[in-house]
Design a protein around this ligand. Structure first.
Ligand code: MRU
Length: 354
């Protein structure tokens, strides 16, 4: 996927620079992460977003934070404890995407592995770990692109929800990776992007990303999915995932589960793209996944000049919902395509890695 030069972050000369996704599509501006508070704020406000991108940015960010600690006057054990504390704080920014805690846990494990080392030596190991997390994510996206494309055919109409594209990962995306790959190979997909209220990741990010890559993309409101399916314009649905439980229930952007139910009704395959870093076998089923609740202003104020609801209105603004495993035709991972029964086959896939 040579044409894809858009990335959500750059780690260069020991500096972590994020593409501020809240400014897209009107402005491509960048911000530097200098401390734990910057990182927390960037994750909470979705300046960096998308489960894998959050995980990798958090790993590099924790390295930057650790580098800023006093390396001279503390022991390796004290340094590792401080890194652990910072990781705990950063982890509190968003609860649903498991990649955040997954990446931070990996970093903390490295920090604590040998506390007899000097802080500088531990720091060097932290950088290596962040680089591995980054490299593995790029490789996973490439593989998901290939596996995903094997399920799709030329000229298909494909609906997607939210943004699980190149800016939601280190590069290429999860569910948009096969779209980008197909674009290179002349598949002529017709993509329908749900706008994805309330934060408009579909309109602001997916439409922007695909448009920039020259893909044929049509923006629709979330409540138009049934209409385009009924018209026969959709042959597959592709979405990302923020956390998949052991039984194959998958949390993703709010509204995903409705699309899945519609797809089943219309006999359209519903594919969820889930890197193994997003599979959480410690969570038994979807009911056990913590769903992030966000402020009501995102619904009635954020994108409008004037408030678009009566003053003081009550709101309910969950950021994600869970798609029951029975609606998921296949789970696409970097290790292969998983089919039901997910409670058996996801575990088998992860066990085969060991
Ligand atoms: O709130 P967001 O924008 O971080 O939500 C993103 C999604 O729901 C994505 O589909 C998911 O993180 C997968 S990204 C490859």
């Amino acid at each position: 996927m040579k044409n894809l030069d858009i990335v959500p972050f750059i780690f260069e000369d020991e500096r972590l620079i994020l593409l501020d996704q809240t400014k897209l599509p009107n402005e491509e501006s960048f911000l530097e992460i200098k401390g734990a508070e910057d990182l927390w704020d960037a994750i909470y406000h979705l300046k960096v977003r998308g489960a894998p991108a959050i995980g990798v940015a958090a790993a590099y960010g924790l390295y930057v934070v650790a580098k800023g600690l006093d390396l001279e006057s503390c022991s390796g054990a004290e340094f590792a404890e401080k890194v652990k504390e910072k990781a705990k704080y950063i982890n509190g920014a968003r609860p649903t995407a498991v990649n955040l805690s997954w990446a931070l846990k990996r970093m903390v494990k490295v920090a604590l592995a040998d506390v007899n080392l000097s802080p500088k030596s531990i720091l060097a190991k932290l950088l290596k770990e962040a680089e591995s997390i980054h490299r593995e994510d790029v490789e996973a996206c490439v593989k998901m692109g290939e596996f995903g494309l094997s399920l799709l055919e030329k000229n298909m109409g494909i609906l997607t929800h939210c943004n699980a594209g190149t800016i939601a990962t280190s590069k290429y995306g999860t569910c948009l990776a096969p779209i980008h790959l197909g674009q290179e190979k002349g598949y002529d997909f017709k993509i329908f992007a749900d706008e994805t209220r309330p934060l408009l990741q579909g309109a602001r990010l997916t439409a922007w990303e695909l448009n920039k890559a020259g893909v044929d993309v049509t923006l629709i409101c979330d409540n138009m999915a049934n209409t385009v399916m009924k018209k026969g314009w959709i042959q597959a649905v592709v979405v990302g995932c923020d956390r998949m439980a052991a039984n194959g229930d998958g949390a993703n952007k709010i509204g995903t589960s409705q699309v899945a139910i519609l797809a089943k009704e219309h006999g359209i395959p519903f594919y969820m793209f889930v890197p193994t870093s997003t599979i959480d076998l410690e969570t038994a089923c979807g009911d056990d996944i913590e769903i992030e609740l966000r402020k009501g202003e995102e619904i009635y104020q954020m994108w409008y000049e004037k408030e678009m609801a009566p003053s003081g209105i009550k709101t309910f603004n969950p950021s994600f919902d869970v798609t029951d495993n029975k609606y998921i035709t296949a789970v696409i991972t970097e290790k292969g395509i998983v089919r039901p029964p997910y409670d058996v086959n996801l575990r088998k896939l992860l066990d085969s890695e060991k």
